[in-house]
Design a protein around this ligand. Structure first.
Ligand code: ATP
Ligand code: MG
Length: 409
C-alpha cells in the first residue's frame, strides 16, 4: 500500500471516529476501481474545514482552499499530503472558471457538482462500500466518459471540462458519450475563454500521456484543436498527413517529454508561426518554448546523420534535447533508418568518446598572442569540428590549425 494511501485511510478513520462522514472521493476511487494506482488521494467529508483543522491540529494542516472547504492534511512526517474537502455544491460561475461561492452540503450534492460520472464516485475505504449517486460505476464498466447532468450546462459552468473530457476519454481508451460529445463540439469555440495557464496544463497532461495521439485525434474531431492551436488547418488540411502525424505521436511510446510530444504534434505550425502563439495560448515556460523551437529545427537533421560529417551531428546529440530529437526521428522514420541507427550507436558511446574534452580554449588563443574578438568563436568552432571529424587529435595540432585560421582571417 502506498504511503499516501495509508495517510488517506488514517484521515478517514479519524474523521469517522470523531462522528463525521468521510469517504475517498473522485479520481482516486475511479483509479482504484480500474486497478490503477492513484497519483493522489482526495477525501470528502461532512466535517467543516475548521473541524478538520481542529481534529488534525495546526501543525498537520494547511488551509490551502479554505474558502472552498479544502484543507490539506499532512502525514506525520509532513512529506505526504491528502486534500480533505467538505462536501459542497458550487454556486454560480459568473466567469466560467471558478465557482463564485460554495455551500456546504451532503455527499450526494457533492457528487453532482463533479464533472464526469466516473469522477463522481465515493468509497468508504474501511468497508469498501461505493457510494454512487451518478451511475459512475455503470459508465466505468461500459467505459464511457459522460457529463454528470446536462452536458451543455456543465460546460457552460466551466469550459475547461471540454478538454478534461477529451483527456479522460483518451487516457482510459473510453468512448465519449454522444450527448457529451455533441455538447463539446457545440461549445468548442468557448474554450478560448479559459486562461492560457489552464489550457496549457491540460495540453501538457494530454501530450505527456502515451494516449497522446488519441487525445489529438479527438481534439480535432470535436473542433477543439483549431481553438487551442493557431492555424491548426496546417496540420489537418491534408488528412493523410494528419494520420501520419498521429501515428508518429503514438510511436513516441510511454515516455516522451511535453516538448518532444508538442514538437511532433505541431511541427508545421511552429515552422510557419514560431513558438510565440503557443507561448501566448498555452502560457508555456520560456525553457519549454526554447526546447520546442530547438527540437523542431534540428530533429530532421538526425535522419541524415550517416551522410553528414560527425561534427554536424555530435553537437545535436549532446544537446540537452538531443535524445528527444532522436526519439522524434525514431518515431517518424523507424529503427532501421540509417541516420537513426547511426545516432543510436553513437549515443551508446562512452561519454569521453561521444563528447571529448576540447583541445584548446579561448585562453589558449590569448597565449598565442591573438586578441579576443569575434574571430575567437569562429576559430574555436573550426578547431572543434576538425577534432570531432578526426582531422586533429592533439593540442599541438589544434594550435597549428588555430594559427593558420587566424592568419587567413
Ligand atoms: P487526475 O488523475 O488527472 O488528477 P482527477 O480526476 O483526480 O484526475 P483532478 O483534477 O485531480 O482530477 O480533480 C479531482 C476531482 O475533482 C475529479 O475527479 C472531479 O471529481 C473533480 N473535479 C476536478 N476538476 C473539476 C472540474 N473542472 N469540474 C468539476 N469537477 C472537477
Ligand atoms: Mg487528481
Amino acid at each position: 500500500m502506498s504511503d499516501t494511501r495509508e495517510l488517506a485511510l488514517e484521515i478517514v478513520q479519524r474523521l469517522q471516529t470523531a462522528g463525521h462522514q468521510a469517504l475517498l472521493a473522485g479520481g482516486c476511487v475511479r483509479d482504484l476501481l480500474l486497478g490503477i494506482e492513484p497519483d493522489d488521494y482526495d477525501v470528502a467529508t461532512s466535517a467543516r474545514p475548521e473541524q478538520v483543522q481542529e481534529l488534525f491540529g495546526r501543525r498537520r494542516t494547511l488551509a490551502i482552499g479554505a474558502a472552498f472547504g479544502v484543507i490539506a492534511v499532512l502525514g506525520a512526517d509532513r512529506r505526504r499530503q491528502v486534500e480533505v474537502a467538505t462536501f459542497r455544491t458550487d454556486g454560480g460561475y459568473s466567469d466560467g472558471r471558478r465557482p463564485d461561492s460554495v455551500t456546504f452540503t451532503d455527499a450526494r450534492n457533492d457528487a453532482l457538482r463533479r464533472d464526469f460520472t466516473i469522477n463522481g464516485l465515493f468509497q468508504d475505504p474501511q468497508t469498501g462500500t461505493i457510494h454512487d449517486f451518478v451511475d459512475g460505476r455503470r459508465d466505468l464498466e461500459e467505459r464511457v466518459i459522460r457529463a454528470i447532468g446536462d452536458p451543455h450546462q456543465r460546460i457552460d459552468e466551466d469550459k475547461l471540462r471540454m478538454l478534461r473530457a477529451v483527456r479522460f476519454t483518451a487516457r482510459f481508451g473510453f468512448e465519449l458519450d454522444g450527448a457529451t460529445r455533441a455538447a463539446v463540439s457545440a461549445h468548442a469555440a468557448e474554450i478560448r475563454l479559459v486562461s492560457g495557464e489552464r489550457i496549457g496544463a491540460e495540453m501538457r497532461k494530454m501530450l505527456e500521456h502515451r494516449a497522446r495521439a488519441a487525445a489529438a485525434s479527438l481534439l480535432e474531431e470535436c473542433g477543439l484543436l483549431r481553438e487551442v492551436v493557431e492555424d491548426a488547418e496546417l496540420l489537418t488540411a491534408n488528412q493523410a498527413n494528419w494520420r501520419t502525424r498521429l501515428k508518429w505521436m503514438a510511436g513516441l511510446g510511454d515516455r516522451a517529454t511535453f516538448p518532444v510530444a508538442a514538437t511532433m504534434l505541431l511541427g508545421p505550425v511552429i515552422k510557419d508561426h514560431g513558438v510565440q502563439p503557443l507561448m501566448d495560448r498555452w502560457k508555456l515556460a520560456t525553457a519549454e518554448a526554447a526546447a520546442i523551437r530547438w527540437l523542431e529545427e534540428h530533429w530532421f537533421t538526425l535522419l541524415r546523420a550517416n551522410s553528414l560529417p560527425w561534427s554536424a551531428i555530435q553537437p545535436l546529440l549532446v544537446h540537452p534535447e538531443g535524445r528527444g530529437a532522436l526519439q522524434i526521428a525514431l518515431a517518424a522514420a523507424g529503427p532501421d533508418q540509417a541516420g537513426v541507427r547511426l545516432c543510436q550507436q553513437r549515443l551508446a558511446w562512452p561519454a569521453e568518446r561521444l563528447n571529448p574534452a576540447v583541445l584548446i580554449n579561448g585562453e589558449s588563443l590569448k597565449c598565442l598572442g591573438l586578441a579576443p574578438g569575434p574571430d575567437f568563436g569562429r576559430i574555436l568552432e573550426a578547431v572543434r569540428r576538425a577534432q570531432l571529424d578526426g582531422e586533429i587529435g592533439s593540442e599541438a595540432e589544434a594550435i597549428q590549425v588555430a594559427r593558420s585560421l587566424a592568419a587567413t582571417g
